[in-house]
Ligand binder design. Sequence first.
Ligand code: CA
Length: 229
Amino acid sequence: MYQNILLVEDDKGIVKMVSIALESNKYSVVKTKSGMEAINSIQNGSFDLVLLDLGLPDIDGVEVLKKIREYSDVPIIIISARFKEEEKVEALELGADDFLTKPFGVNELLARIKVVMRRYNINLIESEIVCFGELLIDFDRRIVQINDAESHLTPIEFNIIKYLVSNHGKVCTHKMIHEKVWGYDSNDDYQSLRVFMGNIRRKIKDDVANPKYIVTESGVGYRFIADIV
Ligand code: CA
């Protein structure tokens, strides 16, 4: 069955490039350049994913995102030329799943779509034990193993990795992680979070320069990328 993608974009060149790439990869694509039309389409139709430009001719993409999230948890990837770090953070905290900065390559787009859709198809919360190749996490017993050897994470470190894994594929901003793990937002510059992330990476043997598990989105947050094996 074809998966149905709504492409909300007014740049004709990008519409053409993206729809050719999606259709040749067996997605069906509905196109609109109107934010209002996108909101109506999502209310009335069923889409597996939305690609949303922020600079639209009628209403701002951020407003479209807010409206959609009032009634739908459809996966949304923002595609925009305008990204400053604050704008990425805002979009993610409003419920976007991912973002791609223009210009982007179609392979990158297809890869991100797969990751985001997979996240919606796997309910990680329901499984007590998940395995990502060499890394095994037992949520119930709060145990992390690398190559069958237990790696001792502190409670905070465990809660951070649990939050990232349960948001598999999605960028979690510093603020989102802080609120979830510590229960409140921090006014600092998230320096302590960086220290915790450094410890987690060392303990799960992840290489920050060539990560298998956790990717840093500079100035924005972190994303857990590994596949369940
Ligand atoms: Ca635009």
